[in-house]
Ligand binder design. Structure first.
Ligand code: ADE
Length: 224
């Protein structure tokens, strides 16, 4: 998969070039390109924002640099995503759908948002990562790219995907590694027993307890 990220702040994306996503790129599973929207500004000072018509707080990103940046990478297989607090709520199903696309283009908004005509022209998928407003689309883009990448074949192991939270509408059970006793805090005996059926039963029970306590809404989702 190829992902082109259009942003005014390419320097903020170093996270995507570390750890698991770095390895995915080295292994050719994923190609992530950062495109500086400012490079496309036709303004002599490379300005990319302006005052909103009708007044109001702050500045808006102008249509022209974003339009030209999109056109420079868009082809017939491109799917455009615009992270925005006004978008539909991002979840694991959207991540799975996005992971099947051949080419994704992310538009990172900043300031008070972007000129509506970009949305009218390109009809991107607008997604929100939660009911709060961040200063820009860079962090939401990283969240979405990280999450969808995990569903690309080969990026992480199949077992990890199956066991994790949300794959069965339950939150994940607690996990421990060595030592078995850390400052007097002991690993639950059953995990040291070698009895796989018992271990599985314990984990399922923990998973259900945690979900019931913290996210009863997820259990409602199974019933409905
Ligand atoms: N941009 C600013 N806040 C956002 C949010 N909550 N989700 C997606 N994009 C955003």
């Amino acid at each position: 998969m190829r992902i082109d990220i259009l942003t005014l702040f390419p320097e903020s994306f170093s996270y995507l070039n570390s750890s698991i996503l770095k390895r995915a790129q080295e292994n050719g599973l994923l190609e992530i390109n950062l495109i500086d929207i400012r490079d496309f500004s036709l303004d002599k000072h490379k300005k990319c924002d302006d005052y909103p018509f009708g007044g109001g707080a702050g500045m808006l990103m102008s249509a022209q640099p974003i339009y030209d940046a999109i056109k420079s990478v868009q082809d017939d297989n491109s799917f455009i995503v615009f992270p925005s607090p006004s978008g539909e709520k991002f979840n694991v199903d959207i991540a799975k759908e996005l992971s099947k696309k051949e080419h994704l283009i992310f538009i990172c908004g900043h300031y008070e948002g972007i000129d509506q005509r970009i949305i009218d022209i390109f009809s991107p998928l607008e997604v929100s990562i939660g009911d709060y407003v961040l200063t820009g689309g860079e962090l939401p883009t990283m969240v979405i790219v990280d999450c969808l990448s995990r569903f690309i074949d080969g990026v992480i192991s199949r077992e990890s995907l199956l066991e994790e939270s949300f794959s069965s509408n339950n939150l994940e059970y607690p996990q421990y590694t060595r030592p078995a006793d850390f400052k007097g805090y002991k690993v639950p005996e059953v995990l040291l027993s070698g009895n796989h059926a018992e271990i599985e039963r314990y984990r399922k029970e923990q998973s259900e307890l945690i979900t019931k306590k913290r996210r009863p809404d997820l259990l409602e989702k199974i019933k409905n």
